[in-house]
Design a protein around this ligand. Structure first.
Ligand code: URA
Ligand code: SF4
Length: 218
């Protein structure tokens, strides 16, 4: 048995069986970084085993932390609506996060989201890689800079390359776009509508590229 040293990496907590169900169960006991002390529970990814698209967010938010499910709060509802508009079936998508515990700071009675550190993202990465191996998606969509930089490198800029299909050895094409939370934070209705339309357009392009990839392999 490997020694389970808390605070180093999720690597030591991965089960021998790497199917989604076994991974999800084992992830509940992860102490790969200190975030397990702060979150209510591990929020593992969700979706069908052979989903064509795998969406990666940053980390669970307040509602996800309590529900134990990814993207069930305001950002998740927006993601669902935009996916539908873009013609992506939520049932054909696996949805997860780079970091599986909610990192937060108290502000009054509220728990305010705090960006995970590079160390925490790195520590949690074995779970994401195991999910990608188990699901074998045809495309990966990174939502926001944390996910994009984890998969595409720390110098990747979503603003410069949003919507482009990037090639990384050992992975299917990876597309990065904004995080739905950034749309919710827009200052004016006009900004929000514009950002939302751009996001839906990025997802519609993903759907189109995916259709081509599937056709090519048939
Ligand atoms: N934001 C994320 O990045 N992931 C979630 O699951 C919810 C909000
Ligand atoms: Fe493990 Fe990831 Fe949670 Fe850290 S954030 S304890 S590495 S599941």
């Amino acid at each position: 048995m490997p020694t389970k040293t808390p605070g180093s990496s999720a690597r030591n907590f991965l089960p021998e069986q790497r199917d989604l169900e076994s991974l999800k169960i084992a992830s509940q006991h992860c102490k790969g970084c200190d975030l397990y002390l702060r979150g209510t529970q591990t929020v593992f990814g969700e979706g069908r085993k052979s989903s064509a698209i795998l969406f990666v967010g940053e980390q669970p938010g307040d509602q996800e932390d309590l529900a134990g499910k990814p993207f069930v709060g305001p950002a998740g509802r927006l993601l669902d609506a935009c996916m539908e508009e873009a013609g992506i079936d939520r049932n054909a998508a696996y949805v997860t996060n780079v970091v599986k515990h909610f990192k937060w700071e108290p502000r009054g009675k509220r728990r305010i989201h705090k960006k995970p550190s590079v160390r925490e993202v790195t520590a949690c990465r074995p779970w994401l890689d195991a999910e990608i191996k188990a699901v074998r998606p045809k495309m990966i969509v990174c939502l926001g800079a944390t996910a994009a930089q984890s998969l595409l490198g720390s110098s990747f800029r979503v603003t410069l390359h949003r919507g482009e299909a990037m090639e990384v050895a050992g992975y299917p094409p990876i597309v990065a776009t904004v995080h739905p939370s950034s749309i919710l934070r827009a200052r004016t209705d006009e900004d929000r509508d514009r950002e939302r339309a751009l996001f839906v357009a990025d997802l519609a392009n993903v759907a189109k590229t995916l259709a081509k990839l599937v056709r090519r392999r048939d």
